[in-house]
Write a protein that binds this ligand. Sequence first.
Ligand SMILES: [Zn+2]
Length: 75
Amino acid sequence: MNFKCPVCKKEWNSSLQVARHMFGTGDKPHKAWVDEQGKTQGFTFIDLMIEQATTPGNKSYVMLAEVIEKAQDKL
Ligand SMILES: [Zn+2]
């Protein structure tokens, strides 16, 4: 099964790759989407970037990947 980027609709075969793409792109629409999801869950794009840069592991990617997975039905 493929996972779509909720913003630009590009597809990858893992949600983690979509998360990586969202951080890597980081333009306004991608950033805005992450911030929108974070409103109910208490994070922002910047929070996740900082977390990713300052703590070991892939916590931010994994978390965003889960959010992306949940959003798939709505795409
Ligand atoms: Zn995208």
